[in-house]
Design a protein around this ligand. Structure first.
Ligand code: MN3
Length: 245
């Protein structure tokens, strides 16, 4: 075997590196110009939520599932550039205005997927940083559900009742809190699609798709929900709550 001298090797590395960069450049520049949405980095490491959610589940969930929603959302928007400049929550709130049914479905599924997952990652924190609801939110939870345990029970029941894939949400509507559930990647603000889309502001969103828990919990969705409640970022959730003035 011919071993190149160190100079040759250096030159070889330099040349091939340049070639590789050059080959990537047009594609990278093109991707940047046409990709409306980028996969946001997780606000913590893949293993940060262990043992409640395992690192492999987090990695696949973020790097594969969430990434795919973004790729597919960008592909849908590339065919509808007039929609690309709309903020995502506005786009999701006006889905029925998109006349092309296939396009509407693609944006519903993948735009919802992106919004919901971005919200989901921010809703969570390592168990030691989970904290507690603010006094205002805690009192609203007590008023609505009797106690924190009452809230957890209601959330768990809604999670079990969601047949197939979907989400369970804690939503603020005026002074009251509600637990609602959506199918697939439907988002609580999808007016004309989600029946209660005017319920208010989502405070917390629980992903009950099997991809969120199956590796570790298999069919035990209630166990996943109990564990998940240990890693809620209550500071963030409390920040979304608007106390009664
Ligand atoms: Mn998911």
């Amino acid at each position: 075997m011919l071993i190149p001298s160190s100079i040759d090797r250096r030159q070889f590395v330099k040349t091939t590196t340049l070639a590789a960069s050059a080959a990537l450049l047009p594609q990278a520049a093109h991707a940047e110009a046409s990709a409306v949405y980028q996969l946001p980095a997780l606000p913590y490491g893949f293993d940060a939520l262990e043992p409640h959610i395992d690192a492999l589940t987090m990695q696949i969930h973020h790097d594969k599932h969430h990434a795919a929603y973004i790729v597919n959302l960008n592909a849908a928007l590339a065919k509808a550039p007039e929609l690309a400049s709309k903020p995502l929550d506005q786009l999701l709130a006006t889905l029925p205005a998109i006349p092309d049914e296939a396009q509407q479905t693609a944006i519903r599924n993948n735009g919802g997927g992106h919004w919901n997952h971005d919200f989901f990652w921010k809703t969570l924190a390592p168990a030691e940083k989970s904290g507690k609801p603010s006094a205002a939110l805690a009192s609203a939870i007590d008023a609505q559900f009797g106690s924190m345990d009452g809230f957890k029970k209601a959330l768990g029941e809604a999670a079990v009742k969601r047949f197939g894939s979907g989400w369970v949400w804690l939503i603020q509507q005026g002074d009251t809190l509600k637990i609602v559930s959506t199918a697939n990647q439907d988002h609580p603000g999808m007016k004309g699609i989600v029946p209660d889309a005017d319920l208010g502001t989502p405070l917390l969103g629980l992903d009950v798709w099997e991809h969120a828990y199956y590796l570790h919990y298999q069919n035990r969705r209630p166990d996943y929900v109990s564990a998940w409640l240990n890693i809620v970022n209550w500071e963030t959730v409390s920040g979304r709550f608007v106390p009664k003035i």
